[in-house]
Design a protein around this ligand. Structure first.
Ligand SMILES: [Zn+2]
Length: 607
């Protein structure tokens, strides 16, 4: 390579005049070569980025055989480039004196994908084909009472609506089983998928794909596992008290139907995966009828559309000093479920070209759940826009939990006070009862989620390290659901079923621990932003809406991307380089003591 040779010559001249030891100059030449290598990689990724992201975009917004092929092929090329570059990067392993930013770039290169692929071209092609097949199977998944009659088929949206909108035990069980059975056909593909990504991970010198996933947190994979256990142990008591309270209420709703082991039946939480219990709010609200927090009704009453819901969310971000969204965002995003084709409706935020072509892909319904999801997705969008100035390898979250936590932090500011200010709810200063109602509503989303966020990757780590074998996939899944969530299926599930596949992130191969971390970090971020806004009241009543000082502090964190270890970035924001669940406990302190009160004398826990 010409640049290296010419650069090498230059370096030599520099040192003779200073009389340095000859081999020192040789090393610096290698270090310089590492700089050039990284610069080349950043350019190569940028040059190929548009093709891979466009293929991904059409494969999820126009699901058909052709787009499945396009994305599989584009992935194949990207993954073979990646494993070739990772291979090339190994030459710098023993080189001393590499600049920290260059070394960090090389480390991040090895973590560029959650789907490490084998070098063998046939296996690489097989992997990308399975990946797009699994993705398409989820996106176009349907349950039909009569396969020959399309009108008898229901997709995930429709089945989820049944669970969310009624407390009918049998109808919910039927809808729950219908969707979970859709995943059965994914089992074989998933087992082969796990084998292939493990092979890819080993070729990149990781023990397995799970080891690789745990390696992207600026600490050892073993320490990361300990870290997630530490954080869980901090929040588990709060979750257990919520689970206990909810279970007793459900026992009243379904007398004699619940098992005596303390668990909650998987199909009666109002959500397909029991990860969010917001649909149970009418049943679980501490003081029924005290406060009007019916954002669903307000959105309909005020004739919100998908676009105006987004503009409302954008208004929050611009109120704290973030830039307006690019015009192309509204032109190119997918906001509604198209009537004429299948799409992956699971909400996601996209950066299509690393320079401002940002979009979201959703199937927005005019309801509070989607309204809040929009605030979340815009968090990703603004993170992209904030770090777009960085070299490509640094254009990602400080760690992936940060990326999820940005929008979630903003969601925490949707207080009754803020909702009243923007005309979407009643009284601005809620009474104590109304405050506890608001806390319960928030907890049914943010606290109920915690064990679910923790268990999905515990299951996948087990699949990848071989401790969970294909003939025990489903049993292991339900053992973890019972251990963490205290949830169990009401109908017998067997190894003919593949219930992990019913959750998008498994067939979609999206790591999930990030969401658990985000549910801890967002409260930590919020506490600091409220301080920056000069707020000193109870954390759950704080909204930084309109506060530029808080916005500037947040933006400064986003601009860092992954250019330094997350511990440094977190320290710059909070003064501490450690994730800490004390903020979420602070936030829910009023509700937690109320729950303890309610659970007094009741049997809590499960076996
Ligand atoms: Zn997200």
């Amino acid at each position: 390579m010409k640049p290296v040779r010419s650069a090498l010559a230059l370096a030599l001249i520099f040192c003779i005049s200073n009389g340095l030891a000859p081999d020192a100059s040789a090393q610096s030449a290698d270090a310089a070569a590492a700089d050039r290598f990284v610069a080349g990689i950043n350019q190569e990724i940028r040059d190929n980025y548009v093709e891979i992201s466009a293929a991904q975009w059409v494969s999820e917004t126009y699901i058909n055989g052709d787009t499945e092929v396009l994305v599989a092929k584009a992935n194949e090329r990207a993954l073979s480039r990646l494993s070739a570059n990772v291979e090339k990067s190994k030459q710098f392993r023993t080189v001393a004196g590499i600049a920290p930013a260059t070394q960090r770039s090389i480390d991040l290169l090895r973590l560029q994908t959650a789907m490490p692929a084998p070098k063998d071209p046939a296996k690489l092609a097989e992997l990308t084909q399975i990946a797009s097949r699994l993705n398409a199977a989820y996106g176009s998944g349907k349950s039909c009472t009569d396969e020959s009659k399309p009108e008898t088929c229901r997709n995930l949206d429709q089945l989820s609506k049944v669970l969310a909108e009624n407390r009918d035990w049998d109808a919910d069980l039927e809808a729950w089983t219908a969707w979970h059975n859709v995943a059965r056909d994914m089992r074989k593909d998933y087992a082969r998928f796990a084998e292939l990504v493990n092979e890819g991970a080993r070729e990149m010198d990781y023990a397995n794909a799970g080891d690789m996933w745990r390696a992207s947190y600026d600490m050892s994979a073993a320490d990361f596992r300990k870290e997630t256990d530490r954080l869980w142990s901090q929040v588990e008591p709060l979750y257990k008290d919520l689970q206990c309270y909810a279970r007793h209420k459900l026992e009243q709703q379904y007398p004699g139907k619940l098992a005596k082991d303390g668990t909650i039946p998987a199909h009666i939480t109002g959500n397909m995966w029991a990860q969010d219990w917001a649909a149970l709010y009418p049943l679980l609200q501490p003081y029924p009828g005290v406060s009007n927090l019916d954002v669903d009704a307000a959105l309909k009453e005020k004739n919100y559309t998908p676009e105006t819901m987004i503009r409302r969310a954008e208004d929050f971000y611009t109120s704290i000093g973030f830039p307006s969204l690019p015009k192309s965002f509204y032109e190119k995003s997918q906001l509604k479920r198209p009537a004429d084709r299948d799409v992956v409706c699971h909400a996601s935020a996209w950066d299509l070209n690393l320079e401002g072509d940002v979009r979201i892909k959703m199937c927005i319904n005019i309801n509070e759940e989607d309204f809040r999801t929009i605030y979340h997705e815009l968090g990703h969008i603004y993170y992209y826009l904030a770090y777009n100035k960085l070299p490509v390898l640094f254009q990602t979250g400080a760690h992936d939990g940060f990326h999820e936590a940005v929008g979630d932090t903003i969601q925490l500011n949707l207080t009754p006070g803020y909702l009243a200010e923007v005309g979407l709810a009643g009284a601005s200063k809620p009474s104590k009862e109304a405050m506890l109602n608001a806390q319960m509503k928030q907890a049914l989303e943010k606290v109920a989620f915690l064990p679910f966020g923790k268990l999905i990757d515990e299951w996948r780590w087990g699949v990848f390290d071989g401790s969970i074998k294909p003939d025990g996939y489903n049993a292991a899944w339900w053992a973890l659901k019972r251990k963490y969530q205290g949830v169990a299926p009401t109908v017998a599930r067997s190894e003919a079923d593949f219930d992990p596949g019913a959750k998008y992130h498994v067939p979609g191969n999206t790591p999930y621990m990030r969401y658990f971390l985000a549910h801890i970090l967002q409260f930590q971020f919020q506490r600091e932003l409220c301080k920056a806004a000069g707020y000193s009241g109870p954390l759950h009543e704080c909204s930084i809406y309109g506060n530029k000082a808080a916005g500037a502090k947040f933006w400064a964190m986003l601009e860092k991307g992954a250019s330094q270890p997350w511990q440094s970035t977190l320290k710059e924001l909070t003064g501490k380089g450690e994730m800490d669940a004390s903020a979420i406990l602070d936030y829910f302190a009023p509700l937690h003591s109320w729950l303890k009160q309610q659970n007094k004398g009741k049997r809590c826990g499960w076996n």
